[in-house]
Design a protein around this ligand. Structure first.
Ligand code: FAD
Length: 433
């Protein structure tokens, strides 16, 4: 910590014990000048079937919070190779004259792994002391008494209340914190499905998948592109189950929801892609409708801030939502290490906003663009694989290769300058391409 310890611990409430909230709590709980408590809305975690293939920036962000955070991920995940082997998500044209051509390698990282979201949450939960988290506490309302001790008052759906010096809303895409900060009727408050995306998804035992699709697709993370939807697979639960999906842009929704997935529409796709579509069509009960956030004009006001999907939910197509959530947590972890007392919280949030908002919102834009490129809907790009490769290489470098130590240092430098502690370590904020 940069200054003398405060008279009493600084009380931090985190709403939402998802990836962002738990990773941040794991870091803050280690700091003796802080008292952190996570209020998680659900009584217990359920497996929502999401498989994550975390990119290198996610792994670097976890390591910045602490080696034990990165370690739980490595313990819970399925290795796609040995620790020294570099792995990537392969993006391949699945339809058209250039069918079979590899156009992108995303998320390159050594020892890269895939993990079920629920397994990662289990691992992160082990790092948060039991008395620092309460389940079944769904945040319902926030009131603030500026500059008073315990300035933030929380009311939960069950009628109970809590107080803290600040609130960090990590409460996901339908965030109450976002509603409080932007206002319920702000155009950026609610998530929107601008391009009409429907994600047809199945979760099957790998032994069952092997009866229907090529064995190699149960060991890697492919994305096979085409105009009627892109097809992907992620091995999860240490390789015992496969999450396979078809993401369709411009789905014709009716009052009954999305139409059923029709494998006959994929006759022009490669044989491998067709087999995966047929596998998904057998049971689409794990399907969902994607949405993202239009840009929020700020991520904090006074003693309340939002992080992760609450601040910048993105389409899943760039594979970087959790990574961006973890980058937020890494930056706030570094900033809160510096706090001398609660009066400095707003300056810490301001530094977080300055450093993280441009980069995370750029990723929201990129993920939307990835979706259009995957669906052959971006200005003829699919007819020119070289152009496609150039686009993906630039985007992958932006998400994957960012200098996150520098991002943390930049935030801390801005904070120190604001609270009068000098500006050493201030660099340029992480570049936005
Ligand atoms: P969440 O993980 O959604 O957690 C929010 C938490 O807040 C939940 O536990 C919820 O119960 C709780 N909550 C909600 N409301 C309240 C309330 N009012 N009060 C208290 N608690 C509340 N990202 C990647 O980086 N790589 C990938 O490969 C990838 N693949 C994905 C695949 C799929 C199918 C999906 C759906 C997403 C994928 N993502 C990926 C994105 C990633 O899962 C999210 O970006 C990430 O989970 C965001 O973390 P979060 O903690 O902000 O939100």
């Amino acid at each position: 910590m940069g200054s003398a310890p405060p008279d009493r611990k600084i009380k931090i409430a985190i709403a939402g014990g998802g990836i962002a909230g738990l990773a941040l709590a794991a870091g803050l709980a280690k700091k003796s000048h802080l008292e952190v408590h996570v209020y998680e809305g659900v009584p217990e975690y359920k497996d929502v079937g999401a498989g994550l293939a975390l990119h290198m920036n996610a792994i670097k962000a976890m390591a910045l919070i602490g080696p034990e955070v990165k370690q739980v991920y490595f313990d819970k995940a399925l290795s796609q190779g040995d620790e020294e082997t570099e792995m990537v998500t392969e993006v391949i044209l699945g339809e058209g004259p250039n069918q079979g051509e590899l156009v992108a390698e995303l998320g390159r990282a050594k020892g890269r792994k895939t993990v079920a979201r629920s397994d990662l949450l289990d691992g992160l939960l082990q790092l948060v002391p039991k008395d620092c988290i309460t389940f079944g506490k769904k945040l319902d309302a926030i009131t603030e008494t500026p500059d008073a001790p315990n300035a933030v008052h929380l009311t939960f759906k069950d009628g109970s209340t809590a107080q803290a010096d600040c609130l960090i809303g990590a409460d996901g895409i339908h965030s109450e914190t976002r509603k409080h900060l932007l206002g319920p009727s702000h155009s950026a408050t609610a998530p929107v499905n601008h391009d009409g995306w429907q994600i047809y998804r199945t979760m099957v035992p790998t032994s069952e998948a092997l009866k229907h699709i090529n064995e190699k697709w149960t060991r890697c993370v492919p994305i096979l592109l085409g105009p009627r939807g892109h097809v992907n697979c992620i091995p999860v639960n240490k390789g015992t189950r496969l999450s396979a999906g078809v993401a369709v842009r411009g789905a014709k929704f009716s009052a009954g929801g999305a139409p059923p997935l029709d494998p006959a529409l994929y006759a022009n796709y490669s044989e491998d892609a067709r087999k995966i579509v047929a596998l998904v069509a057998r049971d689409t009960s794990a399907s969902w409708t994607a949405a993202d956030h239009d840009h929020a004009p700020f991520y904090h006001r006074g003693r309340v801030a939002m992080i992760g999907d609450a601040a910048h939910a993105s389409m899943p197509f760039a594979g970087n939502g959790a990574a961006q959530a973890l980058e937020d947590s890494a930056v706030l972890d570094a900033l809160f290490a510096q706090l001398a007392d609660a009066s400095q919280i707003a300056a810490a949030f301001e530094a977080y906003d300055t450093v993280r908002r441009p980069r995370s919102q750029k990723v929201v834009d990129l993920a939307r663009q990835f979706g259009r490129v995957y669906a052959y809907a971006e200005d003829g790009m699919h007819e020119d694989p070289a152009r496609m490769k150039q686009f993906f290489a630039g985007a992958a470098a932006f998400t994957n290769n960012a200098d996150l130590q520098r991002q943390n240092d930049d935030a801390v430098g801005l904070f120190r300058a604001a609270v009068g502690g000098g500006s050493e370590g201030v660099g340029d904020a992480v570049e936005v391409v």
